[in-house]
Design a binder for this molecule. Structure first.
Ligand SMILES: Nc1ncnc2c1ncn2[C@@H]1O[C@H](COP(=O)(O)OP(=O)(O)OP(=O)(O)O)[C@@H](O)[C@H]1O
Length: 298
């Protein structure tokens, strides 16, 4: 497999102003709202589960305020990498920094005040309402004794509204459809009110209408809340359209990294996704459009 990394040396060229294009701004080192959001620096990270190595030396730098899509085949380590960045898994080697602060020196709560992760979690507690679940997102913001703070209700209300689920607030989560639950998970992550948002397959279970709606919401919230966002997407077309930058993993390594127009090529389809296909440019939007033909047979 060829290494397509370095096709460009940074984000840009998607028609949206990138963090680099917006110019240098100071990173903040706290979860506070002033200044630019923290960037993410992953250096030579290795991680494995007891029976298998997964991440094999990942290097990645996400600029403050950047919207990055992480792509790759099933099992290549995307979710594992997000969990490492969220501080849920400790790397065996290498380091992760959030806004220049080393994650290794942070408690779970300190990490959770800086970074929120939407992931495909366990089934909800029977009868728990959407609002009750989303309130759980406030745990890290609370004091050591779990005391509710003044901003909790406002953060929950805002998260419900931003994810478009206010109308379901009093409904039991276990009575919602898969797609509805996925939007509640987005609200749960937003309730953390962090400046770094990690989204693991945020469009899973959603119909096309709601996929576009959620991705549009992520783009809007990135601007409104001034966030740094990394999202795992299986749809390369969505990644090419909505992200400023695409990072591709293969067998636990970064093998491509750059602006969609630069890295989304037939070679990327083959090298990263084992697919033979073509790539054209959307005549209206200008983003790359993939035309997958058939799986690549090795
Ligand atoms: N808790 C676990 N214990 C053992 N192995 C695991 C665990 N979680 C994931 N794995 C394995 O680690 C590898 C990477 O998994 P990961 O979930 O990071 O992949 P992924 O790229 O997100 O895949 P997908 O696109 O299918 O969601 C896979 O081989 C998976 O089976």
């Amino acid at each position: 497999m060829g290494d397509t990394r370095g096709a460009v040396d940074g984000p840009g060229g998607t028609g949206t102003a990138t963090a680099a294009q917006r110019g240098p701004t100071p990173e903040v080192s706290t979860a506070g709202r002033s200044g630019r959001p923290p960037g993410i620096t992953v250096r030579d990270v290795a991680f494995g589960y007891p029976d298998r190595p997964v991440l094999r030396g990942v290097d990645l730098r996400v600029e403050p305020g950047e919207l990055t899509a992480l792509i790759g085949m099933n099992g290549c380590g995307k979710s594992t990498l997000l969990r490492v960045i969220a501080g849920l898994l400790r790397p065996e080697r290498g380091s992760v920094q959030l806004g220049g602060e080393d994650l290794a020196g942070m408690s779970r709560r300190e990490a959770a005040r800086r970074v929120a992760l939407l992931h495909q979690s366990a089934p909800p507690v029977p009868g728990m309402t959407v609002r009750q679940l989303v309130r759980q997102g406030r745990w890290a913001a609370r004091g050591p004794l779990g005391m509710l703070r003044g901003g909790d209700d406002a953060a929950v209300t805002r998260a419900l509204a931003d994810a478009g689920v206010t109308g379901w607030a009093e409904r039991p989560v276990d009575a919602l459809s898969g797609g509805e639950r996925q939007r509640v998970r987005l609200a749960l992550a937003l309730a953390r009110d962090t400046r770094i948002l990690l989204l693991d397959e945020p469009t899973t279970y959603l119909d096309l209408h709601h996929q576009l709606e959620v991705l549009g919401t992520v783009v809007r919230l990135r601007e409104e809340r001034d966030l740094t966002v990394v999202m795992v997407l299986h749809d390369l077309g969505h990644a090419a359209r909505f992200a400023e930058r695409i990072v591709a993993l293969r067998e636990g390594r970064v093998v491509a990294d750059g602006a969609p127009r630069e890295v989304v090529t037939p070679r990327l389809l083959a090298d990263v996704l084992d697919v033979v296909g073509r790539v054209s440019v959307d005549p209206v939007g200008g983003w790359p459009v993939c035309h997958p033909d058939h799986p690549l047979n090795h």
